[in-house]
Design a binder for this molecule. Structure first.
Ligand code: GDP
Ligand code: MG
Length: 691
């Protein structure tokens, strides 16, 4: 019956031995080797066994008992494993250590302990103790394998080991208790399944069970219990179950059929006596089992206190970090796809959604694996991961906001300019509507990329945007106001231009009265036009006052310019000449004179000349005959003026059209011209006489 069990050379050094052609699934792994080193290959095996992703959906069973009591044989039969069995013919020893394999067709990790024969040697007892400790730390079910004839032998080898197990367990829970755990809570429990081998049948199971239970209680009572745990009984920590098996060699058929029945207790949750009750589960996620077992073994070997809560927390930290790193690496890859810049002033489309998706994918991946670990550690590590994800996304958010700000501002400027093209626009209204639209656009765009649980805010940028919009609106308003003033000014110029020309061509005492009253009318209309328009510009009273001052001054200077144009020396000369001609060359009826000898040329000439010369002072100064027609503007000596018309302004000096020197100059030039007329007149008379 042992024919199918392989003979393995003790010298086999590989810790993994494949016992069939199928790689992986059938492999058994030496998790602890002869040198008491823990394997580095458990993770790989968990994957091969398809258990790495199992979460909590797997179970662990271990066996202990004296050497050569058929433990490995039992495991192989129960779980379809291929643990080494001592060869009956050669009595060769199997390789020492702790072995692990996966149960056939079931998510069960099976651990087999191989010591050496002869318990007398201290070294071996030590290994047995360590493996018992390790087994109790990681297994839900401990199979205690004993011969029927050992039952009742209180001093028997197994009892010594069980004493160790109980002691260790008490110490463990004392440590756990100090961490605030209540001793004996369900998940701290382990099932001890006593398998009584070579059961002859003379003594019924019930009797064997009673004997064993009594022995165990005696053993338990004899233990010195730590303070606080005095009242604990075995069943606080252990559930006990008992089963018998017939002699394998003497009753092979019975042996096989009862093994089959026993197997159901490991595979069928509906079966009576199903062993893998949730309360026994050690709650170590499958992807952390390798790390956890390694740490536990190290603690066992170095004789450190086994402190499960701390171990589980450390495991949680380690694993949560690993899981977070994997999630983060995938996240970094994912954001490469959309994380680049779309270019200055351009927006990455759907950035918010992409960011949210990448982030939640990372969190989901983290949660799936990490949530199985210690909840405090898990929550803390989740927050750490979240803040790492957020700070990785934050630059994308900020540059998006920056671009959004730029874009919205650009649109804002354009919209306002477009709005100002419309007929009869209301500046303030255009600005108000455009600002509202821009703010809405910004807020909508910002909201799209402002992820939850980030503490991100777009308020600062929005404030900046608002300031920029106000600045742009102000600038445009100033421009628009200027344009408006220019239009008004052009109008006013048109209105007084003709009057100025006509009046200055026909000098009279009322000449300035006419010019000034026309000017004043036009200015009043202009001011009215300004006020009407300015209300839509939301100008401040100061701004209005400044604009009106400017309008008045510019209009006045425009009038002056028109007057200057009309009183330029050459033009004045022409005007004076025409006026002189009127009087000298034409008689009172407006008929051209033909000089006759009896004409008193000298007198007529003198009279005409004096009359014209007398006009020069009239032109020299803007002075209405009626004081009610006079016009005045406040002078200013401002030094911080930005435009000439706002700068220094001395109104009285603007009333002077011709300075005395200029007037003298004009007089003498006119005299010369007049003299020419006189000579010409004389000459024409001489010639008419001589004819
Ligand atoms: P282990 O050292 O406890 O793992 O024991 P093994 O499984 O290697 O078996 C030791 C020896 O006991 C082998 O020669 C087996 O054939 C034999 N053996 C296995 N099962 C039984 C059994 O139920 N009864 C008896 N008497 N011998 C068994
Ligand atoms: Mg064995």
């Amino acid at each position: 019956s042992t024919a199918q069990e392989p003979v393995v050379a003790p010298a086999a050094s590989a810790s993994t031995q494949l016992t069939s052609g199928k790689a992986g699934m059938d492999a058994k792994l030496q998790v602890v080797d002869e040198n008491q080193e823990f394997t580095k290959q458990l993770d790989g095996h968990m994957k091969d066994w398809k258990l790495a992703e199992a979460g909590f959906s797997y179970d662990v069973v271990a066996v202990f008992g004296s050497q050569s009591t058929g433990k490995s044989t039992l495991l192989n039969r129960l779980f379809g494993t291929k643990f080494d069995v001592m060869n009956e013919n050669e009595r060769r020893q199997t390789t020492k250590g702790i072995w692990m394999s996966k149960g056939e067709d079931m998510p069960v990790l099976v651990m087999d302990v191989e010591g050496t024969d002869g318990r007398e040697r201290g070294e071996d007892q030590d290994f047995e103790r360590k493996s018992a400790l390790f087994s109790i730390a990681v297994a839900e079910v401990l199979i205690v394998n004993i011969w029927e004839h050992q039952v009742g032998l209180y001093q028997g080898a197994n009892m010594g080991l069980l004493k160790t197990v109980f002691e260790v367990n008490l110490a463990l829970f004392l440590a756990a208790k100090e961490k605030g755990k209540v001793a004996g809570t369900s998940q701290d429990k382990t099932l001890l399944l006593f398998v009584i081998r070579d059961h002859i049948g003379a003594t019924p199971l019930a009797n064997l069970q009673n004997t064993l239970t009594a022995d165990l209680n005696r053993l338990w009572d004899g233990l010195s219990k730590p303070a606080g745990l005095e009242s604990c009984v075995i069943t606080t920590f252990f559930d006990l179950a008992f089963v018998t098996l017939p002699h394998k060699l003497l009753q092979p058929e019975n042996f096989e059929s009862e093994i089959k029945g026993l197997r159901k207790r490991f595979t069928d949750p509906e079966h009576e006596g199903y062993v893998f009750q949730p309360k026994y589960h050690k709650r170590i996620p499958a992807d952390g089992i390798s790390q956890y077992m390694g740490t536990i073994w190290d603690a066992v070997v170095t004789n450190k206190d086994l402190d499960f809560p701390t171990q589980q927390e450390l495991l949680a930290q380690f694993r949560c970090d690993e899981i977070a790193n994997v999630a983060f690496a995938a996240f970094v890859e994912a954001i490469k796809a959309f994380g680049g810049s779309a270019g200055v002033g351009k927006l990455v489309k759907g950035l918010g959604v992409s960011m949210e998706q990448a982030r939640s994918a990372a969190l989901v991946s983290f949660d799936t694996a990490a949530s199985r670990y210690h909840s405090g550690v898990y929550s803390r590590k989740r927050l750490e991961l979240l803040s790492k994800l957020n700070s990785t996304l934050s630059p994308l958010f900020l540059s998006h906001l920056k671009n959004l700000h730029k874009l919205v501002l650009k649109d804002f400027r354009k919209s306002i300019q477009d709005g100002l093209k419309a007929d009869g626009y209301d500046f303030a209204q255009v600005v108000k509507e455009t600002t509202e639209k821009a703010e809405e656009e910004f807020r909508k765009g910002a909201k799209e990329v402002t992820l939850e649980e980030t503490g991100w805010s777009s308020e600062e940028t929005e404030g900046q945007l608002r300031e920029d919009m106000v600045a742009i609106a102000d600038l445009l308003r100033v421009e628009e106001t200027k344009k408006m003033v220019m239009v008004i000014e052009r109008n006013i110029k048109k209105q007084f231009a003709e009057t100025v020309e006509l009046s200055l061509n026909k000098p009279s005492k009322e000449m300035w009265d006419k010019i000034l009253s026309t000017f004043k009318d036009a200015l009043a209309k202009a001011e009215e036009a300004y006020i009407r328009k300015a209300t839509s510009f939301n100008c401040t009273p100061t701004e209005n006052e400044e604009a009106l001052t400017s309008l008045r001054r510019r209009s006045w200077l425009a009038l002056r310019a028109k007057i200057d144009e009309q009183t330029a020396e050459s033009i004045m000369l022409v005007k004076l000449k025409l006026l002189f001609e009127d009087q000298f060359r034409y008689d009172d009826e407006g008929v051209p004179r033909v000089w006759k000898p009896e004409d008193d040329i000298d007198a007529i000439f003198k009279k005409a000349k004096e009359a014209v010369l007398a006009l020069i002072p009239l032109y020299s100064r803007i002075a209405p005959s009626d004081p009610s027609n006079s016009f005045t503007l406040p002078s200013s000596t401002s030094v911080d003026a930005t435009t000439p018309e706002e700068g220094e302004f001395d109104f009285p000096s603007t009333l002077i059209i011709l300075t005395d020197t200029k007037a003298d100059d004009l007089s003498s030039r006119f005299r010369r011209e007049a003299d020419a007329y006189y000579l010409e007149a004389k000459r024409s008379m001489v010639s008419s006489i001589s004819q």
